[in-house]
Structures are given as structure tokens and as C-alpha cells.
Design a protein around this ligand. Structure first.
Ligand SMILES: *Cc1c(COP(=O)(O)O)cnc(C)c1O
Length: 378
């Protein structure tokens, strides 16, 4: 068996060809061409935001969004994320203040936020990790009380709704990623979504060098999405709902076949959330009698590629070590030690999922048996 952790979605070749044929008619390759505008509208409609600003990747969406808000000093954020989140804060000259997460869903713990607030704090930057909605109501209350901005990294959360509301509509603004490994993609790509016309106008300028008519009013960058990316985005979006349904079935299949394995925990899904099933994180707890790292290696030997997503915490990475020094963050550290993400992509079959679950059991039981033989349980 040879199974990858993920496999990017590719639309039927003909569909993509049909779409890019339009580029040969318009002779426009970049700079907000017709496909770009079509994709921007489609994302806006899908996420029910009044503003959508496409950019060439999710990271630059976050960097530009932070820049557009003229933040100062400190930003409270999570260390249990992809390094892009922390990089975007630091590259804007701001200091990330790392806050612990909730054990249940890996998102920023609102009960820990307030004690991190100082007179330098200007914003909170939570992440909807694995597409799990943050505690948006509580976070909003804290932000209002202390006059802070809230920026959501919704890179994982395209298509997710909470109580019928699209995730991208929470906080002051959110960013989406359309990277090839994300649930909906444009090869590389990203967007800022919000309901604030001023932020939107500013980001539209910043993604295009800061150009404002003949003048340049602030120092921007080139972060434009091109027509080929937009064409892939439109094709990918057309299949997104169907992909989500297929991945839901696969997650249910994993649940069914792993539920009887003590110490291996899947996330409890909330009834008021529509998930996008972008990732499948499991926790390998002490009860399992095997470490997460040993399970990863055991599966690797069988050709099943899983991932420690996220390990290490960003505050423990070499470039941020100074910032992470002395921080306890017990829930985040435990998650970084226990979480393994399993293969999940829409071409995966239920038989393959059953096979993966059997191999997980065989590695777990094998290790337990070895431990008994070694007298570890005496
Ligand atoms: C993927 C990702 C990003 C950055 O997106 P790109 O499109 O790859 O630049 C930001 N934050 C998180 C949490 C991500 O997973």
C-alpha cells in the first residue's frame, strides 16, 4: 500500500481547457482580468461577504490584511498553526504573544486571552484550525471590551458554516488560502474577505504596489492573482461541494473503524457546524500505549504517509525561540505531541480508509504486545 497524506484536487482536464481558452480570447493574463473578477465574485457569493479581495497566496492575504489595519505593538495569537500565521505578524513589525488553545478543537482558548492583554495589545489573530470554528462570540466580546481588532486566519475553513453563518464573516476580516493542498484551490492563491469597504479598498491598492491612480499613497507589493490561477479556482469551486460530501463519508468511515481503539481520539464534531472535512487529525493519547511518533514511523514503514500537523509549535521554531522561552502553553504543547493527521483527499476510497485503520490497529497492538513482552507493564 502507498498512500499519501493528501492529493490535490484536479478538475477534469477538458473543463480546465475550456476555461483557459477564454484567456486566448481576452489576451489578458493578469492584472484583474475577467476570470479574476468572475472568481472574486464567486468566492464573495460563496462566503456571503460583501468584500472579497483575491491575492496570489494566502500568506500575502494575511500580511496585507494586518498591514491594512495599521496595528501596533502586540498581537495575541496561537502557536498551534502553520508558520505563515506567525510570520505574517512578525513581518509586519509586530510582536506575537502566544496564547494557549482549547483541548477540544485546538482553537485559541478565550479564557486565556485576557491575561495576555497589555497596553500594547492591538489585535487578536486566532486560527480556525482544521476548519474548526473558533469561539467567535467570546473572542468578539473580549475584543470589544478592550478595543482590539480581530483577524481570523481562515486558511483551513473555506465552506465552513457555524449556525448557518459562513466562518469568513466573523471578526473584522478573515483570510482564506487557495493553496493546492487546501480544500478549495487555485494552485496558489488566497483572499481577504470582510464587510468593510475601507479595508477592502486599501488591500486592493496594497496588492498592486500601492498604486492609487497616478500616485502611490502607501508602500504595497505585487500580490496579484493571475488568470490561470483564477481559471483553476473557478473549476475547483464548481466541484467543491461534491468533494466535501465525499470527504465527509471518508471521515465517517475512519470514525467507524477507529472508535474501538482505546487511546486514539478523533475530534468530536459539533452539530451546529457544517465542516469542510479538510483534515483528519487524531490524538494518540497515553492510553494508546504507543507514542504519536512511533505510530507515524510504523505507518510510514507500511507506505502510509501521515503528518505531524502541527509540530513543532511556531513559538518553538528556531527563528521564534526567543519569543517562546518560558511559555507553558500546556494544551498547545500536548496537541503538538499527540496529534497526527491521517490521509484524507477526495479520491481516497472507503476500502483504502478501512485498510489504513487496520494498519493503525496492527501498529498499535504490535507495540502494546512488544511492551508487554519487554515487561513494561509489570
Ligand atoms: C496554508 C496556510 C496559510 C498560508 O496560505 P498559503 O496560501 O499557502 O500562502 C496560512 N495559515 C494557515 C493556518 C495555513 O494552513
Amino acid at each position: 500500500m502507498e498512500i499519501n497524506i493528501t492529493k490535490p484536487f484536479l478538475p477534469p482536464f477538458d473543463k480546465y481547457l475550456d476555461k483557459i481558452k477564454e484567456i486566448w480570447n481576452t489576451n489578458t493574463l493578469s492584472n484583474m482580468g475577467p476570470l479574476h473578477e468572475e472568481f472574486e465574485d464567486a468566492v464573495k457569493q460563496y462566503t456571503q461577504d460583501s468584500q472579497c479581495i483575491l491575492v496570489c497566496n494566502g500568506h500575502l492575504a494575511l500580511e496585507l490584511l494586518i498591514k491594512s489595519m495599521n496595528l501596533t505593538g502586540e498581537v495575541i495569537t496561537t502557536p498551534f498553526t502553520f508558520v505563515s500565521t506567525t510570520n505574517a505578524i512578525v513581518r509586519n513589525g509586530l510582536r506575537p504573544v502566544f496564547c494557549d488553545i482549547r483541548r477540544e478543537d485546538f482553537t485559541l482558548d478565550p479564557n486565556e486571552i485576557e491575561e495576555k492583554i497589555t497596553d500594547k495589545t492591538s489585535a487578536i489573530l486566532p486560527v480556525h484550525v482544521y476548519g474548526n470554528p473558533c469561539q467567535t462570540e467570546q473572542i468578539q466580546k473580549i475584543a470589544q471590551k478592550h478595543h482590539l481588532k480581530v483577524i481570523y486566519d481562515a486558511a483551513h475553513a473555506f465552506g465552513v458554516t457555524e449556525k448557518g453563518k459562513y466562518i469568513a464573516s466573523f471578526g473584522d476580516a478573515s483570510i482564506l488560502s487557495f493553496h493546492a493542498t487546501k480544500p478549495m484551490h487555485s494552485v496558489e492563491g488566497g483572499a481577504v474577505v470582510c464587510n468593510d469597504t475601507q479595508i477592502a479598498e486599501k488591500i486592493r491598492r496594497l496588492r498592486n504596489f500601492g498604486i492609487d491612480g497616478e500616485d502611490v499613497t502607501e508602500i504595497g507589493i505585487n500580490a496579484k492573482m493571475n488568470e490561470f490561477q483564477a481559471a483553476m479556482g473557478l473549476c475547483s469551486l464548481a466541484y467543491f461541494d461534491a468533494c466535501m460530501q465525499r470527504r465527509k463519508k471518508l471521515v465517517e468511515c475512519y470514525e467507524q473503524h477507529l472508535s474501538d481503539l482505546p487511546g486514539i481520539e478523533m475530534q468530536k464534531l459539533r452539530a451546529d457546524v457544517k465542516y469542510n472535512y479538510a483534515y483528519l487529525p487524531i490524538r494518540v493519547t497515553e492510553t494508546a500505549g504507543i507514542s504519536r511518533d512511533a505510530l507515524l514511523l510504523g505507518l510510514e514503514e507500511k507506505g502510509i504517509h501521515t503528518r505531524k500537523y502541527f509540530y513543532p509549535l511556531t513559538c518553538d521554531m528556531t527563528c521564534y525561540k526567543e519569543l517562546g522561552k518560558g511559555l507553558e502553553l500546556p494544551a498547545a504543547r500536548q496537541a503538538a505531541k499527540e496529534v497526527l493527521t491521517l490521509p484524507l483527499y477526495d479520491e481516497l476510497t472507503e476500502d483504502e480508509v478501512k485498510g489504513i485503520c487496520l494498519e493503525i490497529k496492527s501498529v498499535v497492538y504490535g507495540t502494546q504486545r512488544e511492551n508487554v513482552l519487554k515487561g513494561k507493564y509489570e
